[in-house]
Structures are given as C-alpha cells and as structure tokens.
Design a protein around this ligand. Sequence first.
Ligand SMILES: NC(=O)c1ccc[n+]([C@@H]2O[C@H](COP(=O)([O-])OP(=O)(O)OC[C@H]3O[C@@H](n4cnc5c(N)ncnc54)[C@H](O)[C@@H]3O)[C@@H](O)[C@H]2O)c1
Length: 257
Amino acid sequence: MLLKDKVCVVAGAASLRSIGYAAAELFAEHGAKVVVADLAMDDQVTASIKDSIEERLHRTVILHGFQCDISSPEDCQRLATNIVSLHGTIDCLVNSAAIVNSRPFLEIDSKNLDAMLNVNLKGAFHLCQSMLSVFAERKSGTIVNVASVAAQRGGGLVGGAHYAASKGGVISLTRSIAREFGPLGIRANVVCPSMTETGMLDGNVSDSMFKDVIAQIPLRRAAKPAEIAGACLFLASDLAGYVTGATVDVNGGSHIH
Ligand SMILES: NC(=O)c1ccc[n+]([C@@H]2O[C@H](COP(=O)([O-])OP(=O)(O)OC[C@H]3O[C@@H](n4cnc5c(N)ncnc54)[C@H](O)[C@@H]3O)[C@@H](O)[C@H]2O)c1
C-alpha cells in the first residue's frame, strides 16, 4: 500500500469514466482516505463513486465528496477547510479537473478564452493555493497536476490554442510551486496525458479522427484512465520522494522529445 492512511484529494472525479475517478479508485486501493471534489459532485455522485470503488476492491473505503468549483477561490478555500475539519490534515492533491473546447484560433473570443483560463489555469492556481496553505504549515504534501500533451506539442487533437495555453500554464505553475515549496519538503509534479478514453472525447472526436490518431501513436491505442492514474500514484507516493518539478509523459509514445 503506497498511500496508507494518506488524505488524498482528487479534483475532477465526478464521472466514473474520468481520469480523476481512476485516480480515486487506485489511491483507495493503496489505502488512501480519498476526497473527491468536482463541480458536478453531490451526494448521489459521491455514493456512486464509493459504491463503484468498493465493488471493485471488495472492501469498504473511506471516501467523501465535496462540490467545488475550482475557478472560485472561495470554493477552493472552503474545500481545504472542510477536509481539515474532517480528517485533520491533507497529504496530497491530484488536480484532474478541467474543461476542453476545440475552436480554431481566430474564432476564440475573449469569453471563450476567459472561460478556459478561469477553470484550467486559474482553477489549478486556486486549488493548489488552498492546499498549499495546509501543506506549508505541516511542511509536507504532494501535488500532481494533470496537464496535457497539447501543452507540449502546440495543441492537441482535442482542444484549441486556449486549451493548450491553459495547460502550458499549469506546467509552469507546477514548476514554480516545486521550486518555491521544495525547501519545505513539498513536491509538485505534472502528468501530461495524450488521448485517453474518457467522457472528454465524447462529441469532440469522430470515429475516423480517432482511428487516424491511433495510427500515429507508437503504442497504437489511446490510454486507459487507469494508466494516467498510475503515473499520479507514483508521483503522489514516496516512490517519487526525490521527484519534483517533473513532467511525466503518459502518451503512448505519441510525443517523444
Ligand atoms: N481525456 C483525454 O484525452 C485527455 C488528454 C489529455 C489531458 N486530459 C486532461 O485530463 C484531465 C481529466 O480529464 P478527463 O479526460 O478525465 O475528463 P472529464 O471531463 O471526465 O473530467 C474532468 C472533470 O472536471 C470537472 N470540472 C470541470 N470544470 C470544473 C470546475 N470549474 N470545478 C471543478 N470541477 C470541474 C468536470 O465536471 C469533470 O468531472 C483534464 O485535466 C484533461 O484536460 C485529458
């Protein structure tokens, strides 16, 4: 068990098909006390996540859900306060919450841009800041931010320039956190997935587009959410005790650099 009794917050876990859910499941399997947070979280969604994990693991798990809009600094602060009241501490944040939008550059207006940056970049900032206020006091904690190969290669299959730029910002943000908080023993890293079989692809990728992309990927398939979660687990755990400021590619070889 790599995260025994660690209090781990996973943002962006409302869908059972999401990377966030896969991380919640894997972290629970490794003994974590999991907190799932999402804009779309409510009691019913929380119960469905808990049921699904318990069914898979054949045991009960400690899991709580909180509704949180990461673009709101107040929501993020409230989330941190609620978790500390519940568990006394926070050990780890995985931020997998984001939105995507595919739009040609010249059609991205300032409303589109604001909406994207407010969630993906400012949301990551607010969420990290709320957790870091707890981590800094305790002089320990780990952050894993989920960015995207789109940030590295200048746009992806899904997502326009505003999406790619927001994820590039997440990489820079994470590196800055790693540098500033390293002296306190706090680590921060990024996972960059490429195309992953989640609801994010629904309506954004046609069958023929999907096949064309797969043909270009050395491993000839899209990622499973659990494979992205595996990298999150590594970075969150003591196995990665000397890893900070890193960007871990989980892309099937689609971007080798
Ligand atoms: N699926 C892919 O192909 C792919 C590829 C590269 C990167 N990613 C990244 O992986 C991460 C997980 O995405 P996914 O594929 O699991 O998609 P997903 O849509 O299933 O999960 C994203 C979650 O974020 C939540 N969310 C959106 N706005 C929010 C807000 N303001 N506050 C709180 N929660 C909010 C959504 O409700 C959703 O549950 C995202 O950061 C995404 O950009 C995905």
